[in-house]
Design a protein around this ligand. Sequence first.
Ligand SMILES: NC(=O)c1ccc[n+]([C@@H]2O[C@H](COP(=O)([O-])OP(=O)(O)OC[C@H]3O[C@@H](n4cnc5c(N)ncnc54)[C@H](O)[C@@H]3O)[C@@H](O)[C@H]2O)c1
Ligand SMILES: O=C(O)C[C@H](O)C(=O)O
Length: 329
Amino acid sequence: MTRTPVNVTVTGAAGQIGYALLFRIASGQLLGADVPVRLRLLEITPALKAAEGTAMELDDCAFPLLQGIDISDDPNVAFDGANVALLVGARPRTKGMERGDLLEANGGIFKPQGKAINDHAADDIKVLVVGNPANTNALIAQAAAPDVPAERFTAMTRLDHNRALTQLAKKTGVPVSEIKKLTIWGNHSATQYPDIFHATVAGKNAAEAVNDEQWLAEDFIPTVAKRGAAIIEARGASSAASAANAAVDHVHTWVNGTAEGDWVSMGIPSDGSYGVPEGLISSFPVTVADGKYEIVQGLEINDFSRARIDASVKELEEEREAVRALGLI
Ligand SMILES: NC(=O)c1ccc[n+]([C@@H]2O[C@H](COP(=O)([O-])OP(=O)(O)OC[C@H]3O[C@@H](n4cnc5c(N)ncnc54)[C@H](O)[C@@H]3O)[C@@H](O)[C@H]2O)c1
Ligand SMILES: O=C(O)C[C@H](O)C(=O)O
């Protein structure tokens, strides 16, 4: 193997998502089965020992693609030469806590990390923010990295997308592979809007196939939007393996592209499309080719969808105002 390894920096490497994620990256599932990787793990000082333990286990897997592991508590070191950065490390939401409560606690983490990315990452850096509140944390990191093209900062709504796929597949009795063109709009929060009006189920329009607006409004949308809270309630901890899986899906799609005739959902800086104010990091339907994503244009947005997109975007605007007031952007 002669190819230069891709540097993948993972923050919060000793956390529960980190533990579910690192082995999949090292096995080639993030970038491809022929792409060697070097892992750069960032943790806070008290968690370095735990990160070292995970690194020992990674060594013990003898992954052919894994070309090295570096561990640091210094963002300037961990992001040095990073080609892909997965910003997972944050304070997870605990029972009864809303994401808004986390803005201040997490803002202080993402500003210095954005600056370190600005100063040390590779020119082709791609950033995925997983740590909540993911959209606004991505905005904070992006604002601290003025030399990096804004579109390289993305937030994870692929978990919501995957959740919606399964709920719709169950309702319509088809495998998830038969569902295409689902969209998550807005924030990775309870206001998000999973949209099936442009989706297809085995080639037929999903909304027509379901033909049950009550199910859509009272079952599907709240089930998807509140799934994170339901997992916390059931497990006593936030989703981990499914979140890691979605992070792998997000980056894999960003690097390798979307399938013909389908799209995915990504939290990305708005260019003003669909009335979402420019600069907000909001979830959109995107296609990806050659490592670049594009918002799917020209979708007709009905009144049912418009109200829900607007509500989630309003929450994003409020979060942006809150972090602006805190001097984080
Ligand atoms: N976007 C999504 O779909 C989604 C889904 C699930 C979870 N999440 C979020 O992902 C985040 C991580 O979840 P988890 O379950 O792995 O949490 P966790 O508490 O198990 O792990 C978080 C890790 O981050 C580390 N950390 C804290 N501050 C750090 C810093 N400044 N630099 C580097 N590391 C730091 C902690 O030491 C800890 O090891 C949470 O914010 C959670 O809410 C997002
Ligand atoms: O809701 C949370 O904080 C957990 C996570 O974002 C999730 O969607 O599972």
